[in-house]
Design a protein around this ligand. Structure first.
Ligand code: ADP
Ligand code: MG
Length: 345
């Protein structure tokens, strides 16, 4: 069996949860620039900040990431999420740090008719994505687990949250986006002139680059994620988040099984897409939506956008076709030799 993780170098794995790099300098336009890399939320987090308060801002941002990871992780025994999961149906009082991504997750769940569902955790565990003991569960096992899955089982009253005994939540599909949104809010309040944060497949920007040009965010080639891109996006202040089957998967019996689960079957989603990149002003929604649209597939994703709006997207279908939505017209530059079609609505 082979196992693959996107974006994790050996250095990062060995330096889990520890700071391993930071740098500073003054860029060509005289603006103060600070960069910092940390390992958090199972991925490498890179922060680059421009402006007078860059150093202080970057330290506040790093502290927020540590605080959020401690509350939102489904695998740390003392996190708020783990407390909800092990409360045997009792109420657990959570902070706004937990309530906000929960409410956003539920909103995306109901709009996507359950394609996004944070109660998929029993399935995620059954496939070995938590223990890293990867396995293909039997149909009977998945259908038994199905009884515990369903976002409508989550109850939120004020800051009290409960799920029935056996139901477990996992914010893995939205926590990084919520974190990048919180970090960007902190950086903005600190008065930085520009910043970019990247957490695995999530990127979010604040303000502008010192030279006034747009931020350029590469979109990974799902067939060559370590070295290739399908193109790049020129953006101002926004979040750009990619979800794809190539990001975390194992192979067994010649078949690939990835970590994005179709909540209605318990199997890795097979919707005809290799990846979805969402461009959305709000980082939390960008992340939740990229997972949701990946499960929905191209047609239903475009229908979701028509009904609810608020974002643009780049889709890579199983046959390699690239489709972009109308708001990205003129902002997406394909890599050499790649073609794309524009979905005009
Ligand atoms: P990334 O691994 O880059 O965060 P995603 O944002 O797409 O990728 O989130 C995938 C994670 O979300 C999985 O590892 C799992 O924890 C959780 N998840 C899997 N399937 C779903 C789903 N249908 N709805 C909500 N969360 C999911
Ligand atoms: Mg996501």
């Amino acid at each position: 069996m082979s196992v693959f993780y996107k974006g994790l170098s050996l250095t990062a794995v060995f330096c889990a949860a520890a700071l391993f790099f930071s740098s500073c300098g003054v860029d060509l336009n005289g603006s103060e620039k600070r960069s910092k890399q940390i390992f958090a939320m199972d991925t490498i987090v890179e922060l680059t900040v421009y402006g007078k308060n860059a150093e202080q801002a970057i330290e506040s941002a790093a502290a927020k990431i540590t605080e959020l990871e401690a509350e939102l992780s489904a695998t740390k025994a003392d996190s708020a999420v783990s407390k909800i999961n092990s409360a045997l149906g009792a109420d657990v009082t959570v902070s706004d740090n937990v309530k906000a991504p929960l409410l956003a997750a539920l909103d995306i769940s109901s709009k996507s008719k359950g394609a996004f569902d944070i109660t998929v955790f029993p399935f995620v565990k059954a496939w070995g994505f938590v223990s890293k003991e990867y396995r293909v569960p039997g149909k009977d096992e998945l259908s038994r687990l199905q009884d515990f899955v369903g976002f409508k089982k989550i109850e939120i009253n004020g800051n009290a949250v409960s799920v029935p005994n056996g139901t477990e939540i996992d914010l893995g599909g939205i926590a990084k986006g919520y974190t990048s949104q919180c970090v960007c809010d902190i950086l903005k309040e600190s008065g930085v002139t520009g910043a970019v944060i990247s957490l695995g497949g999530n990127a979010q920007t604040v303000g502008g680059k010192p030279d006034g040009s747009k931020w350029r965010i590469a979109v990974c080639d799902p067939d060559d994620p370590d070295n290739g891109t399908i193109g790049s996006l020129a953006v101002d202040e926004t979040a750009v988040v990619t979800s794809g089957g190539y990001q975390r998967f194992f192979e067994s019996g010649g078949k690939k099984y990835h970590h994005i689960i179709n909540p209605s079957t318990g199997y890795p989603s097979e919707s005809g897409l290799k990846s979805v990149t969402v461009v959305c002003a709000d980082g939390t929604y960008a992340d939740g939506l990229s997972t949701a649209l990946f499960v929905l597939g191209l047609d239903d994703a475009l229908a979701y956008r028509k009904s609810h709006g608020g974002f643009d997207a780049v889709f890579v279908s199983d046959d390699g076709t690239i489709t972009i939505t109308s708001g990205l017209k003129g902002l997406f530059t394909p890599a050499q030799g790649r073609q794309f079609s524009l979905y005009e609505d």
